[in-house]
Write a protein that binds this ligand. Structure first.
Ligand SMILES: Nc1ncnc2c1ncn2[C@@H]1O[C@H](COP(=O)(O)OP(=O)(O)O)[C@@H](O)[C@H]1O
Ligand SMILES: [Mg+2]
Length: 418
């Protein structure tokens, strides 16, 4: 299964230049763990980071111009780090599988002459088979609406050491195919990833399409949704009832097992059942709570219970996302539930199908984590975010080894850069 080993974001809101994990040009560090958690006080850039990942997914779906305006982002000028004239840049370092050669994806977004955001550059690179070192070879290289691609599973034969030289050699390479894209605001991987001739581009596109960002809102989950069964929980959770309907129709036994498992994990809940109102053709979730003879419907349950329910249901998705991002799961949750949730997330991520990314400022959540899983965001003297891995500090690693919980250390300011 695909794994993101590292990423770099430049000039996106508070993230002037932030790297997490391994990159093609940063090899002497550990790659990201199955679960990655970013912690930090208010205003250090957690939402910027979460939103940057969402932005990338939106760029893929709707193109870069529209993505700049979605989710109240307010346009490119507001997104670009203040005082900076450079483009917004992303770099992802990923592997399709455990033994696959890593792939680097780079995306550069800038304003064109008419002041509209467009894709200024886009590139996919991979080392050739049997070459553990040296420069990776591009198999997609785009400059504005022009580009070159190499079909198939192997890259071209250039062995250039500089970008400018590489560009010339690439253009002269008989295996390269010149492309011109009709829409300069759309990602090239969308079009090219739909072609059978480009399996590597297709699988990267599939990986990025499989990202799921949770913007769960308990109130949305209480809405009575009229539409029928739906396979997957949407980002706000408002189709919670539809997903349960889907499971009830397609996998009745499985649903009951899921509900029993989830009920066992939510304190105060003794059982969860479904009830169908035949006249309204509506499905209710019934929560049997300790001390009450009559069950409560999901319209009556607390925000926290509903939230835990939704997260646990998400983890039961039969077609798991490749990358699951959750912002501050703690909101509205009783603190002791957080350790449980962190453990659930971790064991889910360790199963290997989904990588998990979360932001938090809750020490109880951090208590369940190991230093390699935790990244500390802070504001640097220039006002921009900087990030350090908790495991990079030997003192912190030693204290955790001696049994001190990581969240407690953070609470006591041990994780701040000294
Ligand atoms: N375009 C920008 N350039 C620089 N800083 C920005 C930009 N947009 C927002 N910020 C700063 O980012 C910080 C907020 O970051 P945010 O990601 O919301 O933090 P958190 O979620 O950790 O509380 C604020 O201090 C804000 O001033
Ligand atoms: Mg925030």
């Amino acid at each position: 299964m695909a794994k993101l080993e590292g990423l770099r974001i430049r000039n996106y809101r508070a993230l002037r230049d932030v790297t997490l994990g391994k990159l093609q040009t940063l090899q002497n560090v550990d790659s990201l763990t199955p679960m990655t958690v970013v912690i930090g006080k208010n205003g250090v850039g957690k939402s910027s980071l979460f939103d940057a990942l969402g932005f990338l997914g939106d760029c893929l779906r709707v193109g870069v111009e529209e993505a700049c305006d979605l989710r109240e982002r307010g346009g490119f000028q507001r997104l670009r780090s203040h005082g900076v004239r450079e483009p917004i840049e992303f770099e992802l370092y990923y592997r399709e599988g455990l033994n696959a050669r890593p792939i680097t994806y780079e995306l550069v977004i800038n304003l064109d002459k008419s002041g509209r955001p467009y894709v200024q550059g886009e590139r996919l690179r991979q080392r050739r088979k049997g070459e553990p070192r040296g420069r990776p070879y591009s198999f997609l290289h785009r400059w504005e609406e022009w580009g070159l691609v190499w079909a198939g599973k192997e890259s071209h034969a250039s062995n250039a050491t500089e970008d400018a030289l590489e560009e010339r050699i690439m253009r002269e390479d008989p295996d390269s195919i010149a492309i011109s894209l009709t829409d300069r605001r759309k990602l090239g991987i969308v079009t090219l990833g739909a072609l059978k001739e480009h399996p590597r581009i297709a699988s990267f596109r599939e990986f990025l399409e499989g990202w799921y960002l949770s913007y769960f809102s308990p109130n949305a989950a209480r809405e009575i949704s009229k539409a029928g069964p739906q396979r997957r929980l949407d980002e706000t959770g408002k189709n919670l009832g539809n997903v349960v309907q889907f499971l009830e129709r397609e996998h009745k036994d499985r649903l009951q097992r899921i509900l029993t498992r989830i009920a066992a994990k939510i304190p105060g809940v003794e059982g969860i059942k479904t009830h169908r109102d035949e006249i309204a053709n509506h499905l209710y979730l019934l929560f049997q709570c300790a001390g009450f003879a009559e069950p409560f419907t999901h319209y009556q349950m607390s925000d926290g219970t509903l939230k835990v329910f939704a997260y646990l249901l998400l983890l039961e998705d039969p077609k798991p996302p490749s990358f699951l991002c959750i912002e501050e799961p703690e909101n509205g949750l009783y603190h002791k539930l957080l350790e449980l949730l962190a453990r659930e997330f971790r064991s889910y991520a360790e199963k290997g199908s989904t990588q998990l990314f979360a932001t938090t400022h809750q020490p109880y959540f951090v208590d369940a984590l190991s230093p390699a899983e935790v990244w500390v965001l802070e504001k640097g003297p220039d006002g921009f975010s900087k990030v350090t891995r908790a495991s990079a500090d030997p003192l912190v690693s030693n204290m955790v080894q001696e049994g001190l919980p990581l969240g407690g250390l953070w609470y006591s300011d041990y994780l701040d850069a000294r």
